[in-house]
Design a protein around this ligand. Structure first.
Ligand SMILES: [Zn+2]
Length: 568
């Protein structure tokens, strides 16, 4: 039975070749226009059929030729397939049709032979149709020889030129032809046609399987039919989704849904395991990463009701895409797509291809944790440049805020390990105005001790005291307050340039002292001259200062103090 099926199906691309305009798949408007030309007897002498391979150009040309010559058109103006002319066409022995494949016959000689034939009027029927396939392949001399015939064709001659590469056709030819642009067959149309063929052959099929076939065929109906044959010859009278993905070396959608779920959960291990599973199934990394890019693209498409029609999958899987789309932010998708696409482009050149893909997965899995500047496990990694810039921008604001709030607020314990809930909290704080709270202190027990703001301040005072032989410098230093920021950088906002220069001058000394005092070799110092707004603001150090500041912001503070007899 296995063998019998193979015999039966190996030819379905030919067996189910459309023989009427109505049965041409996916080219409705072209079929209608050609039919109308026949009905109204408005035939041109030359047509140019353009479009990708396998979309029905030659088939439409043959149907056109047959229909023009049919002596007994049916009520829908389709060829009858019964008259002498139609039978001649259907049995490939009609003299009314001449086909030249310009890909292999592109010399002047070949064209001259064709031109010779054009002179002879047809014995049966009214028109002779000359189909020149891959017409862009004709040599320029052959083109020129042909041009003359195209300018003054005999009454009975109709030329149909077909090409996959319209841009290679000379303008002199284009201007003499009626041009038809054939579309790629949509997945939906291809699936419908495959379902029709399956029905005719009593094959039971899962629609998802046909979807896989249609996608793999990439818009070419001919390819879709031969892939269908291939699977039927393997799996017999029942074709399942699994048969299709196994046979066509298509990676199951399921893998992509699972891996994206893991990536969204920042689960590096799980994503690497799934990738390993895929490799174990015999798929190569490149296949996977291009598929992953397409998967992200498909989710992006799902994000907008206007573009959802670009998603060419069956309904069951469309639902899954919709679900996953709800879980992905657009910015995650764009970043993920960009990473997977970069991996795709650099894959071939890479010497460690597996690592290349794994690296991409790791990067994608970190997208949604990226807003946290310092993660506990990666404290030794340098901060990316854009973050440093951000920090610098923030720094003056931080200094200001610190003055306003530092001593009034209970100092938040500097955490050394960050839990997921805290990460979210930190993210929230970042967007709010309170930037001082975002300074999470990283810890790397092997290399350096963790440091708190209090320790920094204490060490700084100690250093200032160390300068007490130079009273002016001593008091100037004591008045400053370095603020601990990411990667153990002490941000120091100083009131004037001379002092700033002095600090830079003795920076090595300061660092040596601070590093020893804080037992942390990563401590660095970043002194900047404070902007005018910083220095103009009254400094808030004492409780009285705080009270003054708060009551200036909110008059009710004063009322509160009086009504309750409070003191600071
Ligand atoms: Zn007929």
């Amino acid at each position: 039975m296995y063998f019998c099926n193979m015999e039966k199906f190996i030819v379905s691309a030919r067996k189910y070749r459309p023989d009427t305009f109505n049965s041409v798949v996916g080219q409705k408007s072209i079929s209608t226009t050609l039919k109308n030309a026949i009905i109204n007897n408005h035939l041109a002498h030359a047509y140019l059929f353009c479009g990708p391979r396998g979309v029905g150009k030659t088939t439409s040309a043959r149907i056109f030729a047959k229909t023009i010559n049919c002596t007994n058109l049916d009520e829908k103006y389709e060829a009858c397939n019964k008259c002498e002319s139609c039978e001649g066409f259907n049995e490939n022995r009609s003299y009314n049709i001449h086909e030249l494949d310009a890909a292999s016959n592109n010399s002047v000689e070949d064209i001259r032979n064709l031109i010779e034939q054009v002179r002879v009027p047809p014995q049966i029927g009214t028109h002779s149709v000359y189909i020149i396939d891959e017409v862009h392949m004709l040599s320029s001399q052959a083109f020129n020889a042909f041009l003359k015939t195209l300018e003054e064709p005999p009454e009975h001659a109709i030329f149909i030129l077909a090409t996959t590469e319209k841009h290679k056709i000379l303008p002199t030819i284009l201007s003499r032809c009626q041009i038809f642009d054939f579309n790629r067959i949509t997945v939906e149309d291809a699936v419908d046609h495959l379902a029709y063929v399956a029905g005719c052959e009593n094959i039971e099929v899962e629609r998802e399987a046909l979807n896989i076939i249609a996608q793999k065929a990439d818009g070419a109906m001919r390819d879709a039919l031969s892939l269908f044959d291939q699977i039927v010859s393997f799996s017999g009278e029942k074709v399942t989704y699994k048969d299709a993905i196994d046979n066509l070396n298509v990676l199951d959608y399921g893998y992509y849904f699972r891996i994206v779920k893991a990536l969204l959960e920042n689960d590096i291990s799980q994503s690497l395991l799934i990738f390993n599973e895929i490799l174990d199934h015999g798929f190569d990394g490149h296949h996977f990463i291009t598929g992953l890019s397409s998967h992200f693209r498909d989710i992006i498409v799902c994000k907008n009701p206007e573009t959802i029609q670009l998603l060419e999958v069956g309904d069951a899987i469309k639902e899954k895409y919709n679900e996953q789309a709800k879980e992905c932010s657009v910015s995650f998708l764009f970043k993920a797509l960009s990473i997977s696409n970069t991996c795709d482009l650099s894959y071939k050149a890479s010497t460690n291809k597996r690592l290349q893909v794994e690296l991409a997965l790791m990067k994608i899995s970190q997208i949604t944790v990226e807003p946290v500047a310092v993660a506990p496990t990666v404290s030794a990694t340098p901060v990316p440049p854009q973050k440093q810039v951000k920090n610098e921008e923030k720094q003056t604001v931080q200094a200001e805020k610190q003055e306003k709030s530092a001593s009034s607020l209970p100092v938040r314990p500097k955490t050394t390990s960050i839990s997921l809930s805290e990460i979210k909290e930190t993210e929230k704080e970042k967007t709010s105005t309170n930037t001082t709270q975002t300074q999470e202190i990283p810890q790397n027990s092997n290399l350096s001790e963790s440091v708190t703001q209090e320790q920094v301040e204490a060490a700084w005072i100690k250093f200032a005291e160390y300068l007490n032989k130079m009273p002016r410098l001593y008091s100037a230093f004591k008045a400053q307050k370095p603020i601990l920021s990411e990667n153990f950088v002490l941000q120091l906002s100083v009131p004037n340039e001379p002092l700033c220069n002095k600090i830079i001058e003795i920076k090595t000394k300061i660092l040596k002292f601070m590093r020893a005092e804080l037992k942390n070799s990563k401590i660095d110092l970043n002194p900047v001259v404070a902007t005018a707004s910083d220095t103009d603001k009254p400094k808030i150090y004492t409780a009285a200062d705080k009270y003054k500041f708060l009551s200036s912001k909110n008059k009710n503070v004063e009322v509160l103090k009086q009504n309750f007899g409070l003191d600071y």
